[in-house]
Design a protein around this ligand. Structure first.
Ligand code: FAD
Length: 321
């Protein structure tokens, strides 16, 4: 009896320099070889630019058979700029997006002055659908060819728009239900899937999904899982996200001096978490890779999602689509 394959996907960020770019192309090939549903590329985080995100997305599009998914943020953009940005990505062949509001630039004062014309991710979801619809209509305008008035063939590409979800609340949420209300608003705007912020405890994700379902959220809520393979990374992530400290993981990472052992500890925690949430009904796994393939692939292998794939030969394989 064949079991249905559990889908998984990866998040990458644009490289910071030429050396990192070279390593990233190899990482992408290693990750692509195990057949993810999509690979997402962050936008604007850590000072990266529109061009650097597009370069990685184009690489995925042209050198692998995996769907690229573009993160887009609307912070600081006028309607015109946001419209042009969406068009540019569609023109590059990108049809899968993660629509985000984005964070205020460093040093920005509290309040919403940094936002620009679009105030929330929901508005960006609507804008992406609107721009795509306009393009599709344009593509099916009657042809004025002298040979006769047929239509220009149109492949009305389906645009899929993901959104962010926060199982433990967005750091700026004012009340516990706000994040479920916000997710519901994003679904109403046309979001087709949600990807969560990372979390360290299975009950955080499972409780959030239960609450979201009770409130009427029906789109898949894909859990974001990160193998935390060094104590430094754990501390940075906790500071950035405000997540609850995973005590046992933290104690073990800080107690070890060996990088290999730390990596094993981080992977083992992510494997345990993945198994628990999959058993609890998670529709798949979205792995935060930090542009490193080995830990992400080890998590998938440990969680039993690469069953039937010869991981060693996949990792070493050099010919790709
Ligand atoms: P929104 O959904 O607009 O929410 C922002 C705040 O406004 C929340 O407090 C929300 O509760 C409130 N809000 C919004 N709409 C409503 C409403 N209708 N009713 C009530 N309250 C509302 N940042 C980057 O810069 N680049 C990236 O590539 C990136 N990738 C990310 C990937 C994932 C999976 C996640 C989880 C986050 C990512 N971020 C990224 C961070 C994200 O941009 C920030 O967390 C940002 O502060 C919020 O973005 P959002 O899309 O959730 O915003």
């Amino acid at each position: 009896m064949s079991r249905e394959r559990v889908p998984f996907s990866f998040e990458l960020f644009p490289p910071r320099n030429a050396v990192a770019a070279h390593t990233l192309w190899d990482t992408i090939q290693q990750l692509a070889s195990v057949g993810p549903e999509f690979m997402s590329v962050t936008y604007g985080a850590n000072g990266s630019s529109r061009e650097s995100s597009l370069e990685v997305l184009r690489y995925i599009l042209e050198h692998t058979s995996v769907l690229p998914l573009a993160h887009l943020t609307c912070v600081g953009s006028s309607h015109y700029e946001a419209n042009r940005l969406v068009r540019e990505f569609l023109d590059a062949g990108i049809t899968n997006f993660l629509a985000l509001r984005g964070d205020p630039p460093h040093g920005a004062v509290e309040g919403d002055q940094f936002l620009g014309d679009l105030g929330s991710a929901s508005e960006l979801v609507q804008l992406i659908h609107r721009v795509q619809t306009e393009r599709a209509q344009y593509a099916t305008l009657p042809s004025r060819s002298p040979a006769g008035g047929g239509s220009i063939p149109s492949s009305r590409q389906k645009v899929r728009v993901a959104v962010a979800a926060f199982p433990n609340g967005h750091p700026r949420s004012k009340r516990s239900n706000q994040d479920i209300d916000t997710l519901l608003a994003k679904q109403t705007s046309g979001a087709t899937v949600a990807i969560t912020q990372l979390f360290f405890h299975a009950e955080d994700y499972l409780g959030f999904v239960a609450g979201a379902r009770a409130a009427g959220v029906t789109i898949p809520i894909l859990p974001g899982v990160m193998p935390t393979t060094t104590p430094t990374r754990l501390e940075r992530i906790l500071a950035l996200t405000g997540e609850r400290r995973p005590d046992e993981l933290s104690r073990r990472l800080h107690a070890s001096d060996s990088l290999d052992e730390q990596s094993q500890i981080g992977v083992a925690h992510a494997v345990m978490l993945s198994r628990e949430i999959l058993a609890g009904g998670a529709p798949g796994l979205h792995l935060y890779t930090f542009n490193q393939h080995q830990a992400a692939l080890s998590v998938l292998e440990g969680a039993g999602l690469l069953a039937g794939t010869d991981l060693t030969s996949k990792i070493q394989r050099k010919e790709f689509v």
